[in-house]
Design a protein around this ligand. Structure first.
Ligand SMILES: *Cc1c(COP(=O)(O)O)cnc(C)c1O
Length: 373
């Protein structure tokens, strides 16, 4: 903070609050660890899927995870700055990323191309790299046509003592549908990739293909390590294992008003009260992560009862129809949670908005206060 910055007044009023339940994270990691003999990497990208990267990392490491995974180097260095010393892999970096900083911070990096290999070497000696093969998504990872040459070039650098190839990585594109044929293709392409690396003289101890869905549905994908993100925070894309959602979003009611039948609510006057009712205003909108696309379907929990949001969700605000049961301003409303008390879940919000839970939990805005328990 600069010396000229004015410290904000202490916040004494209840505000929108996002709470991460680390006991749920611990239970999920234990559940997943019991289902594999491979090493478990906890993926804590995107601030631990919105749950707090350092807190989720520490909890996962205490309950069976041995390594951490993130996307960009910035996320890896933030973990180091938070005092996390466990092995970390960073797998998505442009060629001008500060690879020298990765070596200094003992962060493993992936190499998906010859250009990346050169960039890592230019960052100085001593890097620990994982070669990344595209096994079918045509997204990240080296195309199979480039793989053998990439393995040979990496082996040459290894023989010169410039780096160590400690891993080979792939990522499946449709593991949430275990019966899909693309999983068999991905598995065999990965096996071929490991063989090709060995033929080039590489002996990578960490061979990893599976994320949450494959980890929970197909042991053949486990190899020597699995990378689990969604599962750690209670999301199972394969819908085969009961995990515990770990995030709860609450907000205080700002005002309550009584309105007559026919009252029109919100932008575009998108909803008309069919009868006299009470409306509560919530200080949360799409800038805070409530998807606008959920307008007209979403519900929240007020005093133990589901109540509909009415009218369009705005950038900063949303309106709840309380019917004949008003509550006082300041009453805490649950927007989503694990569902134990009847509150909507992130999965409900995802269904209302036509998206997946991942997008809901990672989309909560910076105005919302965060804490963990
Ligand atoms: C996000 C990610 C993971 C974790 O996936 P989940 O399905 O959330 O477990 C694993 N590997 C890569 C490359 C990823 O981007």
């Amino acid at each position: 903070m600069s010396a000229l910055a004015v410290a904000p007044a202490p916040c004494t009023v209840a505000a929108p609050l996002l709470t991460a339940d680390l006991a749920a994270v611990a239970a999920n990691v234990s559940t997943i660890a019991a289902r594999t003999d491979a090493e478990l990497m906890a993926v804590v990208k995107a601030d631990g899927f919105g749950h707090g990267a350092a807190d989720v990392a520490r909890t996962a490491l205490a309950h069976g995870a041995t390594r951490l995974g993130v996307t960009g180097l910035g996320e890896a260095l933030a973990l180091r700055a938070a005092g996390v010393t466990a092995p970390v892999l960073s797998w998505l970096n442009p060629v001008d990323a500060p690879f020298g900083d990765a070596v200094a911070a003992k962060v493993d990096v992936t190499v998906p191309s010859r250009e990346h290999l050169d960039a890592v070497l230019a960052g100085g000696a001593g890097a620990r790299v994982h070669l990344h093969l595209d096994v079918g998504m045509a997204r990240d990872g080296a195309p199979p046509a480039d793989w053998a040459a990439l393995c040979r070039a990496a082996r040459l650098a290894e023989q010169r003592g410039l780096l160590r190839v400690v891993g080979v990585m792939g990522h499946l594109g449709c593991a949430d549908h275990p019966a899909d044929l693309c999983n068999a293709t991905g598995r065999s392409r990965f096996a071929w990739g490991v063989e090709t690396a060995r033929a080039a003289g590489l002996r990578p101890p960490l061979r990893h293909l599976a994320a949450t869905a494959a980890t929970l549905t197909d042991r053949r994908t486990h190899h020597s390590m699995v990378r689990v993100g969604a599962g750690v925070v209670g999301i199972d894309p394969s819908r085969t294992v009961r995990l515990r959602p770990a995030l709860t979003l609450t907000a205080p009611v700002v005002t309550v008003r009584r309105v007559r039948a026919g009252t029109q609510v919100g932008y575009g006057h998108g909803w008309t009260a069919p009868a006299a009712t009470h409306l509560a205003l919530l200080p949360l909108g799409y800038a805070d992560g409530l998807p606008r696309a959920a307008s007209g379907r979403a519900e929240v929990l007020v005093r133990g009862r589901r109540r509909p949001l009415v009218g369009m969700i705005s950038m900063d605000q949303a309106v709840v129809d309380l019917g004949a049961d008003p509550v006082p301003p300041g009453e805490t409303v649950t927007v989503f949670g694990p569902g134990d008390d009847g509150e909507p879940t992130a999965a409900d919000w995802a269904a209302w908005a036509g998206t997946i839970e991942h997008e809901i939990v990672t989309g909560i805005g910076t105005r919302v206060t965060r804490r963990s328990r």
